[in-house]
Design a protein around this ligand. Sequence first.
Ligand code: VG1
Ligand code: CO
Length: 561
Amino acid sequence: MVASVRVVPTAPIDGQKPGTSGLRKRVKVFQQPHYTENFVQSIFTAMPTPGPLNATIVVGGDGRYFMRDAIHTIISIGAANGISNFIIGKDGILSTPAASALIRKRQADGGIILTASHNPGGPQNDFGIKYNIRNGGPAPESVTDAIYRASCEISEYKVTQLDTKVDLSIVGSQSFDGFSVEIVDPVQDYVELLREIFDFELIRDFRLKNPNFKLLFDALNGVTGPYGKRIFVEELGFSENSSLEQCTPLEDFGGCHPDPNLTYAHTLVERVNREHVDLGAASDGDGDRNMILSHDWFVTPSDSVAVIAHYATECIPYFKSTGIRGLARSMPTSCAIDRVAKAKGITSLFEVPTGWKFFGNLMDAGRLSICGEESFGTGSDHIREKDGIWAIVAWLNIIAYVSQKSSNFSVRSIMLDFYQQYGRNYFTRYDYEEVDADGAEKMITHLRSMAYLEKDGGIIGAVFNGYEVARVDDFEYVDPIDNSISKNQGLRIIFTDSSRIVFRLSGTGSQGATVRIYIERYDDKHIDLDAQVALKPLVDNALNISKLLEFTGRKEPTVIT
Ligand code: VG1
Ligand code: CO
């Protein structure tokens, strides 16, 4: 136990409730006196049994502004609460998937990840703190609720007084009075893991046989730069000059929004089109998201996970050996993966609320191998977070495999083949960012009242633009492993042809409210329409039924995916 511990009196601070993925606020909020300290102490207070005494935790983040300060606070408060061993990425750097992998590999008791993911960084922007449990995944709601309760009751926190500051820049072990700190290479263990999962040899071979194949990876100045360089260039042999973009992690992500979608990653999209890139890819600030595209196709994340599931046991060594234990998606994600499950006779198929934390229990129980979210999240049970680089390498592995059998191995041909077999789930998402929180709440209340009306008829049976409403509900999930219940996870309007519209408020924004509308329609006859054209009548229905303009004053979405 640490000798020099000081107790600092404090009082609860409002609003320290973790959202979809940790506590995310403006940096300025975290910098307020006691703010970060209170929350970090609340994590240790609520840490699942046996608690922090003599525990080992992994700490690291996406390199954003304020991360180093937060790491020193975590060491100080953690050691004072009994943590005996901190495993920290060099310079504090760990991508979210690498942190998850490290927690698992080193059998740590948990981890703290410093990131606000795809939210912009820098002094005027966002910071975030997320607690992960010993399986390497985001804490479930029972734990995040306990953290929140602790933050509402806090009256003091403990700090350690150190003679020398921990040096984050030197790989190796450092001993302090009562605890130790181990600084690790953030990339090494992660690369070793991917080497075991994928057929690197096949991809290298493919690259040699197809020297004109162009890969372009954009880290959006986030944490994945060093990972991308190591894997795409050093391991797989792609050219550093032409294949990497924005691969140096910056504290403010170069002023960009490190969110891999068509709006915020537009420089990548433009380069992919201009240079006729065969596989364009990006990941977000903390490296758990991914976007896949080519000069003639954009792969929706819902399709991406379905395609990976389709090919997994044919060509990805990890799944060849484990088989597919089950598949899953978040509720708003399109049902493309359900069709793969059906065709392959996979009965273990789950629809969970938004947020990766809901997949962890299923994986731990051996009932889930591959899963995804429409929000550019794809992953598997190799770790307990979504994994951006994993998804990109999965695509390379699949392309290399397809190229052995056919000369049509472009992203576009792979997608069209997939639709030929399964039909197409057209999908789009409209985001309205930073809308007035009050208006957004009122809109949800309006929609919810329709769900309750269902019992009395309500809009059931009403026809909008030719689509007849079959059902309206508010998604509720009962975890099949621990029976915990999550209510109010999204309003769904489901039509008789299985088309649907889903409404949710974001749980990761830091300012006002973000309204998300998800729209989906299945078609097995016309598979190569433009998605926005195919979905236009449903988009109109969504706007009409929700009265979005009336409640929020917004005419246009901020982002369309
Ligand atoms: C969003 C996405 C969700 C994702 C979450 C965290 O949440 O919709 O699918 O799991 O971000 O991703 P929300 O509540 O804003 O819709 V990340 O890359 O921020 O860890
Ligand atoms: Co992220």
